[in-house]
Write a protein that binds this ligand. Structure first.
Ligand code: 13P
Length: 242
Protein backbone atom coordinates (compact mmCIF):
# COMPACT_ATOMS: atom_id res chain seq x y z
CA UNK A 1 0.00 0.00 0.00
CA UNK A 2 1.31 3.42 -0.94
CA UNK A 3 0.98 6.27 1.56
CA UNK A 4 -1.73 8.85 1.14
CA UNK A 5 -0.42 12.41 1.45
CA UNK A 6 -2.54 15.55 1.58
CA UNK A 7 -0.22 18.56 1.50
CA UNK A 8 -1.04 22.25 1.62
CA UNK A 9 1.30 24.69 -0.10
CA UNK A 10 0.72 28.16 1.27
CA UNK A 11 3.16 29.73 -1.20
CA UNK A 12 3.90 33.33 -0.09
CA UNK A 13 0.89 33.70 2.19
CA UNK A 14 0.40 34.08 5.95
CA UNK A 15 2.28 35.87 8.68
CA UNK A 16 3.03 34.11 11.94
CA UNK A 17 -0.08 35.63 13.54
CA UNK A 18 -2.21 34.37 10.66
CA UNK A 19 -0.60 30.96 11.01
CA UNK A 20 -1.60 30.74 14.69
CA UNK A 21 -5.13 31.82 13.84
CA UNK A 22 -5.35 29.15 11.11
CA UNK A 23 -4.15 26.37 13.39
CA UNK A 24 -6.69 27.26 16.06
CA UNK A 25 -9.43 26.38 13.56
CA UNK A 26 -7.67 23.68 11.57
CA UNK A 27 -6.30 21.39 14.28
CA UNK A 28 -9.67 20.56 15.90
CA UNK A 29 -11.14 19.85 12.45
CA UNK A 30 -8.69 17.09 11.53
CA UNK A 31 -8.82 15.10 14.76
CA UNK A 32 -11.05 12.35 13.39
CA UNK A 33 -9.27 11.76 10.09
CA UNK A 34 -8.36 8.22 9.02
CA UNK A 35 -4.98 7.29 10.40
CA UNK A 36 -3.65 6.40 6.93
CA UNK A 37 -3.82 10.04 5.80
CA UNK A 38 -0.55 11.89 6.09
CA UNK A 39 -1.05 15.63 6.28
CA UNK A 40 1.63 18.24 5.57
CA UNK A 41 1.53 22.05 5.68
CA UNK A 42 4.17 23.92 3.68
CA UNK A 43 4.52 27.53 4.77
CA UNK A 44 6.91 30.40 4.16
CA UNK A 45 10.12 30.02 6.22
CA UNK A 46 8.96 32.64 8.70
CA UNK A 47 6.00 30.52 9.81
CA UNK A 48 7.76 27.15 10.05
CA UNK A 49 8.57 27.36 13.73
CA UNK A 50 5.04 28.55 14.52
CA UNK A 51 3.64 25.64 12.54
CA UNK A 52 5.91 23.10 14.22
CA UNK A 53 4.92 24.38 17.67
CA UNK A 54 1.21 24.55 16.89
CA UNK A 55 1.17 21.09 15.33
CA UNK A 56 3.13 19.31 18.03
CA UNK A 57 1.62 15.90 18.72
CA UNK A 58 -0.78 16.20 15.76
CA UNK A 59 1.17 13.96 13.40
CA UNK A 60 1.13 16.63 10.71
CA UNK A 61 4.27 17.28 8.66
CA UNK A 62 5.85 20.71 8.42
CA UNK A 63 7.14 21.60 4.98
CA UNK A 64 9.42 24.28 3.56
CA UNK A 65 9.11 25.39 -0.05
CA UNK A 66 12.77 25.25 -1.08
CA UNK A 67 16.24 24.32 0.19
CA UNK A 68 19.80 24.97 -0.96
CA UNK A 69 22.11 21.99 -1.49
CA UNK A 70 25.00 23.44 0.52
CA UNK A 71 24.88 23.40 4.31
CA UNK A 72 26.07 27.00 4.52
CA UNK A 73 27.86 29.56 2.39
CA UNK A 74 27.67 32.83 0.51
CA UNK A 75 24.25 32.22 -1.08
CA UNK A 76 22.19 35.30 -0.27
CA UNK A 77 18.51 34.56 0.12
CA UNK A 78 18.89 30.78 0.33
CA UNK A 79 18.29 28.41 3.24
CA UNK A 80 19.93 25.09 4.12
CA UNK A 81 18.95 21.69 5.49
CA UNK A 82 20.46 22.17 8.98
CA UNK A 83 18.56 25.46 9.33
CA UNK A 84 15.29 23.73 8.47
CA UNK A 85 16.01 20.69 10.62
CA UNK A 86 16.45 22.96 13.61
CA UNK A 87 12.87 24.17 13.04
CA UNK A 88 11.58 20.56 12.98
CA UNK A 89 10.78 20.67 9.30
CA UNK A 90 9.92 17.24 7.85
CA UNK A 91 9.20 17.93 4.15
CA UNK A 92 10.51 20.25 1.44
CA UNK A 93 8.78 21.17 -1.82
CA UNK A 94 11.30 21.05 -4.65
CA UNK A 95 11.01 22.29 -8.23
CA UNK A 96 7.58 23.90 -7.99
CA UNK A 97 6.61 25.36 -11.37
CA UNK A 98 6.61 28.87 -9.85
CA UNK A 99 10.24 28.41 -8.86
CA UNK A 100 11.05 27.06 -12.29
CA UNK A 101 9.26 29.94 -14.03
CA UNK A 102 10.24 32.93 -11.87
CA UNK A 103 13.47 31.91 -10.14
CA UNK A 104 15.44 29.96 -12.71
CA UNK A 105 15.00 26.52 -11.18
CA UNK A 106 16.16 23.81 -13.61
CA UNK A 107 16.08 20.02 -13.60
CA UNK A 108 19.76 20.16 -12.62
CA UNK A 109 19.14 22.33 -9.55
CA UNK A 110 16.08 20.22 -8.71
CA UNK A 111 18.39 17.19 -8.60
CA UNK A 112 20.91 18.92 -6.34
CA UNK A 113 18.22 20.15 -3.97
CA UNK A 114 16.48 16.78 -3.88
CA UNK A 115 19.74 15.00 -3.05
CA UNK A 116 20.38 17.48 -0.23
CA UNK A 117 16.87 17.02 1.17
CA UNK A 118 17.34 13.24 1.24
CA UNK A 119 20.84 13.45 2.71
CA UNK A 120 19.30 15.41 5.60
CA UNK A 121 16.65 12.70 6.13
CA UNK A 122 13.90 15.06 5.08
CA UNK A 123 11.19 14.17 2.55
CA UNK A 124 11.20 15.96 -0.80
CA UNK A 125 7.95 16.68 -2.63
CA UNK A 126 9.29 16.98 -6.16
CA UNK A 127 6.99 18.82 -8.58
CA UNK A 128 6.66 18.17 -12.30
CA UNK A 129 4.10 19.29 -14.85
CA UNK A 130 3.59 20.66 -18.32
CA UNK A 131 2.46 24.06 -19.59
CA UNK A 132 -0.65 24.66 -21.68
CA UNK A 133 1.46 25.05 -24.83
CA UNK A 134 3.24 21.77 -24.20
CA UNK A 135 -0.07 20.01 -23.64
CA UNK A 136 -1.54 21.51 -26.82
CA UNK A 137 1.54 20.36 -28.76
CA UNK A 138 1.28 16.81 -27.41
CA UNK A 139 4.54 17.26 -25.52
CA UNK A 140 3.17 16.48 -22.06
CA UNK A 141 4.81 13.10 -21.70
CA UNK A 142 8.19 13.93 -23.21
CA UNK A 143 8.44 17.07 -21.09
CA UNK A 144 7.50 15.37 -17.84
CA UNK A 145 9.73 12.38 -18.56
CA UNK A 146 12.67 14.75 -19.06
CA UNK A 147 11.87 16.49 -15.77
CA UNK A 148 11.86 13.09 -14.05
CA UNK A 149 14.90 11.63 -15.81
CA UNK A 150 17.07 14.69 -15.12
CA UNK A 151 15.60 15.90 -11.84
CA UNK A 152 15.67 12.48 -10.17
CA UNK A 153 18.72 11.02 -11.92
CA UNK A 154 20.22 8.36 -9.65
CA UNK A 155 18.03 9.34 -6.70
CA UNK A 156 16.92 6.61 -4.29
CA UNK A 157 13.15 7.01 -4.44
CA UNK A 158 12.38 5.30 -1.13
CA UNK A 159 11.61 8.59 0.67
CA UNK A 160 10.50 10.66 -2.32
CA UNK A 161 7.03 12.09 -2.96
CA UNK A 162 6.21 13.35 -6.45
CA UNK A 163 3.56 15.93 -7.27
CA UNK A 164 2.10 16.13 -10.76
CA UNK A 165 0.99 19.73 -11.19
CA UNK A 166 -0.03 20.70 -14.72
CA UNK A 167 0.89 24.39 -14.88
CA UNK A 168 -2.31 25.33 -16.71
CA UNK A 169 -4.36 23.98 -13.80
CA UNK A 170 -2.53 25.92 -11.06
CA UNK A 171 -4.54 28.75 -9.58
CA UNK A 172 -6.82 28.84 -12.61
CA UNK A 173 -9.83 26.92 -11.33
CA UNK A 174 -9.31 24.70 -14.37
CA UNK A 175 -8.69 21.31 -12.75
CA UNK A 176 -7.23 18.55 -14.83
CA UNK A 177 -9.97 15.94 -15.32
CA UNK A 178 -9.48 13.25 -12.71
CA UNK A 179 -9.16 10.50 -15.36
CA UNK A 180 -6.50 12.50 -17.16
CA UNK A 181 -4.57 13.22 -13.95
CA UNK A 182 -4.82 9.51 -13.20
CA UNK A 183 -3.48 8.63 -16.65
CA UNK A 184 -0.47 10.97 -16.43
CA UNK A 185 0.32 9.85 -12.89
CA UNK A 186 0.24 6.25 -14.11
CA UNK A 187 2.79 7.16 -16.79
CA UNK A 188 4.98 8.89 -14.22
CA UNK A 189 4.88 5.80 -12.03
CA UNK A 190 5.94 3.58 -14.93
CA UNK A 191 8.72 5.96 -15.90
CA UNK A 192 10.29 6.13 -12.45
CA UNK A 193 9.67 2.44 -11.77
CA UNK A 194 8.51 3.47 -8.31
CA UNK A 195 5.58 1.30 -7.36
CA UNK A 196 5.74 2.55 -3.76
CA UNK A 197 6.31 6.25 -4.48
CA UNK A 198 3.32 8.41 -3.50
CA UNK A 199 2.36 10.58 -6.48
CA UNK A 200 0.08 13.51 -5.73
CA UNK A 201 -2.05 15.63 -8.02
CA UNK A 202 -1.94 19.43 -7.74
CA UNK A 203 -3.78 22.18 -9.59
CA UNK A 204 -7.05 23.76 -8.45
CA UNK A 205 -7.80 21.00 -5.93
CA UNK A 206 -10.88 22.07 -3.97
CA UNK A 207 -13.32 20.61 -1.42
CA UNK A 208 -15.65 20.05 -4.38
CA UNK A 209 -13.31 17.88 -6.46
CA UNK A 210 -11.09 16.12 -3.91
CA UNK A 211 -13.42 13.12 -3.46
CA UNK A 212 -13.44 12.42 -7.19
CA UNK A 213 -9.68 12.87 -7.52
CA UNK A 214 -8.94 10.56 -4.60
CA UNK A 215 -11.22 7.88 -6.06
CA UNK A 216 -8.71 7.45 -8.92
CA UNK A 217 -6.41 4.47 -8.35
CA UNK A 218 -3.12 6.15 -9.31
CA UNK A 219 -3.68 9.38 -7.35
CA UNK A 220 -2.16 9.04 -3.88
CA UNK A 221 -2.96 12.48 -2.57
CA UNK A 222 -3.02 16.17 -3.34
CA UNK A 223 -0.78 19.22 -3.25
CA UNK A 224 -3.17 22.07 -2.58
CA UNK A 225 -2.46 25.77 -3.08
CA UNK A 226 -5.31 28.28 -2.81
CA UNK A 227 -7.75 25.93 -1.10
CA UNK A 228 -5.25 25.21 1.69
CA UNK A 229 -5.27 28.85 2.81
CA UNK A 230 -8.66 28.56 4.51
CA UNK A 231 -8.63 26.15 7.46
CA UNK A 232 -12.19 24.92 6.83
CA UNK A 233 -11.54 24.28 3.17
CA UNK A 234 -8.25 22.44 3.72
CA UNK A 235 -9.76 20.41 6.56
CA UNK A 236 -12.55 19.28 4.20
CA UNK A 237 -9.88 18.22 1.70
CA UNK A 238 -8.01 16.28 4.40
CA UNK A 239 -11.31 14.67 5.40
CA UNK A 240 -12.20 13.71 1.83
CA UNK A 241 -14.88 11.07 1.48
CA UNK A 242 -13.77 7.76 0.02
P1 13P B 1 -3.75 25.82 -6.58
O1 13P B 1 -4.33 24.72 -5.73
O2 13P B 1 -3.98 27.19 -6.05
O3 13P B 1 -4.15 25.66 -8.02
O4 13P B 1 -2.15 25.62 -6.55
C1 13P B 1 -1.61 24.39 -6.79
C2 13P B 1 -0.18 24.42 -6.43
O5 13P B 1 0.62 25.04 -7.10
C3 13P B 1 0.24 23.70 -5.22
O6 13P B 1 1.62 23.62 -5.13
Amino acid sequence: MRSIVIAGNWKMYKTRAQTREYLATFVPMIQNRSSDRNVVLCSPYTSLETLAEGLEGQNVGVGAQNLHWEKEGAFTGEISAPMLQELKVTHVVIGHSERREYFGETNQTVLKRTQAVLAANLIPIVCVGESKAQRDNNETETFIFQQLDEGLDGVNLAQVIIAYEPIWAIGTGETCESEEANRVIGLIRQRIKGEQVPILYGGSVKPTNIDELMAQPEIDGALVGGASLEAESFARIVNYVD
